[in-house]
Design a protein around this ligand. Structure first.
Ligand SMILES: O=c1ccn([C@@H]2O[C@H](COP(=O)(O)OP(=O)(O)O[C@H]3O[C@H](CO)[C@@H](O)[C@H](O)[C@H]3O)[C@@H](O)[C@H]2O)c(=O)[nH]1
Ligand SMILES: [Mn+2]
Length: 734
C-alpha cells in the first residue's frame, strides 16, 4: 500500500545527514485495534454459549463444534500479531552516498541452493546466479556460491558455461544500464536493442541449448571443455558417486581479481559446492546445505553480509543490495538488527491465481504486521543476513574480524583443502552446527524455525517491500504439486509447534507476546484442518440426517454466527484488496485455504505422527519447476489440474459430494416440511461449500481432458461419503 502510512515529516536524522529510511504505522491500525476488541467480545460470548449448552446436554456434535470454534478462536488470537502494529517503510537509496563510499561497502556472499537437475533445470539456476552476479555492487565485494545437493555433473557443467557467458553478460548489463539482469527474463521481455544485443542473445541461446541438451541426454561432451582444469573437475564423479553418497566437490569457476570480463573488468567470485554426503548420516536438507555454504564461504571470502536464494528466485532489481545497505550502514540502526527480508513474489501465476500460489496474506499483509514487532520471519529466500547472527546472540557476537582472512587465492591448495574439509559429511559431528550455530535442524520448514530461534536470541529483522519486486520465483503450477508442498510445510510446521522452542511457549516469552503469536500462527497452520474438516462435514451430515444443529433464524445466536463469519471474511477480504489483490484472486485464495485445510494439513498431521514415531521418514521432496506444455496451457486458462489418482484429492472430492447431497436434501426438507428456520445456517454452509467445490464437480463429470479427476478417485469418494453418512446415522450422533 504505497502512501498509506503517514510518513514521518522529519527528513534528516539527528546527526544532520539526510535520512536513509523511515517507518510508520499503517493508517488502518486504530480501526484494527477497535475491531479486535469487538470481535474478541463476540468470540468469548459464543464460547460461553457453547459451554453452557454443553452443561445441559453433551453430544459428540456439540463437543466437535466447540472444538472447531475453540481452534478458530485460537487462530484468530494469533493473527493479532499481524494487526496490532502493521508497519510501512520507505528507503532513500540516493542518500546512501552521504554515509559510505563504495569502497566501504561490506562484502556480500550470495548462497543459491539447488537439489535436483531434473526438477530444477540447471539453466534456470544459472539464470538466478547471473542475475545476482550482475548486481550494481562493487564486483570485488561480491561472491556467488552455488550449493548443488543433487551432486550433479550437469549442474557443474551448466555453471562452467555460465561463467563464460557471464564475462559477456555482466559488462553488457552494466554498460547499457539494463534493469532486467536475469537473461531468460530479459530476452523474453522484448528488450530495447543495442548494437551487441543480437550477439549476446545468440550466445545465451547457444549456452541454453548446450545445457539443456546435456540434461536431456545425460552426456557432457568434452568438446565444450576449455581447459584441462575443467576436464579434471569431472573426474571426481567416480564409479561409486551417487547424489546421496559422495565426497565434497568444490570448484572455483571465477575468481575475483584473476578472471576478467571482455571489457577487462574483474569478475565476481563464482564457486560451485556440492557438500559431501553419506547415506549413513543425516544431511538435513536445505538447512544442511546452507550451513555447508556458511563454512565454505568463511574459508574463502567470509563476507559480513549473506543473501540466501532458492534456485528459482532470480533478482529482478540490480539495486537490491543498496536498499539493504540503507539499513545496515545506518549508524543509528538498532545493533540487534540481524536480517532484512524481502517477500517472495512469483512470476507466471495465472490471472485469477486459481491455486492461491501468490500467498498474498503471508508476503504482503502479515510480514508488514510482524515488521511492527520484532520483525518478519525468514522465508527461505531473499533474506540478507549479518553473518555473525549465525554464531550467537546479539550480546555475544562482536563484529567479526575481516583481517584474519589471508590474501591467498581462493584457488590455492590450502584454501581449497580447508574448504573441502568443512564441506565434508563428517564435519558437523559433535559440533553446534544446527543447534546453536547456523541454520537450525529439526524442521522441514528450516526458514521459520531458524528465524524464530534467532529472534528468541534477541535478533531483530526488517521487512523490505520495494515497489519493483526484488526477486521473482516459481510457485507450483499444478494442484498436486501445490498440495504436496503444503503437506511438507505442514510436517515441518508441526515439528516447530511441538518442539521445545514452540513459539506459543518459548517464543511468547523470549521475543514478545505478539511476535511469539505471529510465529505460532504459522507453526499452528495445520490446526486449520480441525475446524475446516468439522465444518465441511458435520453440519452437512446432520442435514442429511434431517437434524438441525445451529440456532434458528429468530435466535440472537444466529446473528452471532453471521457476524463472526462476515467479520472474519470481511477483514480478510479488505486486507487482501488493500494490499493490491483482486476480488477473483481473493475468492480463489479462500477456496485454496479450504482445500489445503481438508487435504494437505490433514495429511501433514498423519505424516507428522508417522515421522515423530519413527514409522516413516518424511523428507524434503523438492517441488518441480518443470511443467508439461498441455498442463501449462490448462493452467493459463484457469482450469484445475487433477490428472493423477492421488489420495490428497480424496478429502476434497468426498466433501464435494457430501455438500452437494446435503444441500439437495435440505431443499427437499424445506419444500416438504417447511423447515427453513432451523436448517438455514446448515444450508448456507453446504451451499457455500458447493460453490467452492465447483471446479471439483467439473473435473468429476464435465471434463474429458487429461487433467480431469481420475474415475477411481470419484468412485472411492462416493463410497467414503456413503460410509460416513451411514456411520453417523447409525451412531445416534444426532
Ligand atoms: O535437500 C534439499 C532440498 C531442497 N533444497 C533447496 O531448497 C529450495 C526450496 O525448495 P523447493 O522445492 O522450491 O521448496 P518450496 O516449498 O517451494 O520452498 C519454500 O519452503 C521451503 C521450506 O520448506 C523454504 O526453504 C523455501 O525457501 C521456500 O521457498 C530449493 O532451492 C532447493 O534446491 C536443498 O538445497 N536441499
Ligand atoms: Mn520453491
Amino acid at each position: 500500500m504505497g502512501g498509506e502510512g503517514a510518513t514521518e515529516r522529519k527528513s534528516t536524522a539527528s546527526h544532520g545527514l539526510p535520512l536513509l529510511h523511515t517507518r510508520a504505522l499503517m493508517r488502518r491500525t486504530p480501526a484494527n485495534r477497535v475491531f479486535a476488541v469487538v470481535y474478541l467480545c463476540v468470540i468469548l460470548a459464543l464460547l460461553y454459549h457453547h459451554f453452557i449448552a454443553l452443561l445441559h446436554s453433551t453430544s459428540i456434535v456439540s463437543l466437535l463444534i466447540l472444538l472447531a470454534d475453540a481452534v478458530l478462536a485460537f487462530m484468530w488470537v494469533t493473527t493479532l500479531a499481524f494487526r496490532m502494529c502493521p508497519t510501512e517503510r520507505q528507503i532513500f537509496i540516493e542518500h546512501l552516498e552521504h554515509y559510505a563510499k563504495e569502497s566501504n561497502y561490506p562484502g556480500l556472499d550470495v548462497f543459491i541452493c539447488t537439489a535436483d537437475p531434473y526438477k530444477e533445470p540447471p539453466i534456470d539456476v544459472v539464470n538466478t546466479a547471473l542475475s545476482v552476479m550482475a548486481y550494481d555492487y562493487p564486483t570485488e565485494k561480491l561472491s556467488v556460491y552455488v550449493s548443488d545437493d543433487g551432486g550433479s555433473q550437469l549442474t557443474l557443467f551448466a555453471f562452467m558455461e555460465a561463467a563464460r557467458f557471464a564475462s559477456h553478460w555482466l559488462p553488457y548489463c552494466k554498460k547499457n544500464k539494463i534493469v532486467e539482469r536475469c537473461p531468460k527474463a530479459y530476452f523474453a521481455s522484448n528488450p530495447s536493442w543495442f548494437p551487441e544485443t543480437d550477439q549476446i542473445k545468440l550466445m545465451y541461446e547457444k549456452m541454453r541449448v548446450r545445457v539443456e541438451t546435456a540434461v536431456k541426454s545425460g552426456i557432457i561432451s568434452h568438446d565444450y571443455m576449455n581447459s584441462k582444469q575443467e576436464l579434471e573437475a569431472f573426474s571426481r564423479w567416480t564409479d561409486g558417486f551417487t547424489s546421496q553418497n559422495h565426497p565434497a566437490v568444490i570448484q572455483v569457476l571465477l575468481e575475483c581479481g584473476k578472471d576478467e570480463d571482455v571489457m577487462g573488468h574483474t569478475m565476481p567470485n563464482l564457486v560451485y559446492v556440492s557438500r559431501g554426503k553419506s547415506i549413513n548420516l543425516p544431511h538435513n536438507f536445505k538447512a544442511g546445505a546452507l550451513n555447508a555454504l556458511l563454512r565454505v564461504s568463511a574459508t574463502m571470502t567470509n563476507a559480513p553480509v549473506i543473501l540466501t536464494l532458492d534456485s528459482d528466485m532470480y533478482s529482478n532489481d540490480p539495486r537490491t543490495p543498496l536498499r539493504v545497505l540503507c539499513y545496515l550502514l545506518d549508524p543509528s540502526m538498532d545493533p540487534k538488527l540481524g536480517y532484512v527480508q524481502f517477500p517472495q513474489i512469483f512470476h507466471g501465476i495465472n490471472k485469477s491465481d486459481i491455486y492461491g500460489g501468490e500467498l498474498r496474506h503471508v508476503f504482503q499483509v502479515q510480514m508488514s504486521g510482524m515488521d511492527g514487532l520484532a520483525g518478519p520471519q525468514h522465508v527461505g529466500s531473499g533474506g540478507f543476513f549479518r553473518r555473525k547472527i549465525f554464531f550467537g546472540g546479539p550480546s555475544e557476537t562482536p563484529e567479526m574480524n575481516q583481517d584474519q582472512l589471508t590474501s591467498k587465492s581462493i584457488r590455492s591448495k590450502e584454501v581449497l583443502a580447508m574448504a573441502h574439509q568443512v564441506a565434508g559429511c563428517n564435519f558437523e559431528n559433535q559440533t553446534k552446527w544446527g543447534t546453536k550455530m547456523g541454520f537450525r535442524y529439526g524442521s522441514l520448514v528450516e526458514d521459520l524455525y531458524t528465524s524464530h530461534q534467532l529472534q528468541c536470541e534477541g535478533w531483530k529483522s526488517i521487512n523490505c517491500k520495494p515497489k519493483r519486486p526484488a526477486f521473482l520465483g516459481n510457485s507450483p503450477l499444478n494442484l498436486h504439486d501445490l498440495l504436496n508442498q503444503t503437506t511438507r510445510w505442514s510436517v515441518g510446521l508441526l515439528e516447530i509447534a511441538f518442539c521445545k522452542y514452540s513459539p506459543i511457549i518459548y517464543g511468547v516469552r523470549s521475543i514478545n507476546l505478539l511476535s511469539g503469536l505471529g510465529f505460532a500462527y504459522y507453526a499452528f497452520w495445520p490446526f486449520w484442518s480441525i475446524p475446516l474438516t468439522i465444518y465441511a462435514f458435520l453440519p452437512q451430515l446432520a442435514l442429511l440426517n434431517s437434524a438441525s444443529i445451529f440456532p434458528q433464524v429468530s435466535d440472537l445466536w444466529f446473528f452471532i454466527y453471521v457476524f463472526l463469519f462476515l467479520g472474519a471474511y470481511g477483514q480478510d477480504y479488505l486486507e487482501f484488496i488493500l494490499s493490491g489483490g483482486t476480488t477473483v484472486r481473493w475468492w480463489n485464495n479462500q477456496r485454496m485455504w479450504m482445500m489445503r485445510g481438508l487435504s494437505s494439513f490433514s495429511f501433514g498431521w498423519i505424516e507428522y505422527f508417522l515421522k515423530s514415531n519413527g514409522i516413516s521418514t518424511f523428507g524434503f521432496k523438492v517441488t518441480s519447476k518443470v511443467v508439461q506444455e498441455e498442463q501449462s496451457k490448462r493452467y493459463k486458462q484457469g482450469i484445475f489440474e487433477f490428472g493423477v489418482a492421488s489420495p490428497l484429492f480424496l478429502p476434497l472430492t468426498t466433501a464435494a459430494i457430501i455438500n452437494l447431497a446435503s444441500f439437495l436434501r435440505g431443499i427437499a426438507l424445506v419444500l416438504k416440511q417447511g423447515r427453513l428456520e432451523d436448517l438455514l445456517l446448515q444450508m448456507l454452509l453446504a451451499g457455500f461449500g458447493m460453490v467452492n467445490c465447483w471446479p471439483i464437480y467439473e473435473a468429476m463429470v464435465l471434463r474429458t481432458d487429461e487433467g480431469k479427476l481420475p474415475v477411481k478417485i470419484t468412485l472411492i469418494s462416493i463410497v467414503l461419503a456413503w460410509a460416513l453418512y451411514r456411520l453417523l446415522a447409525s451412531s445416534m450422533a444426532f
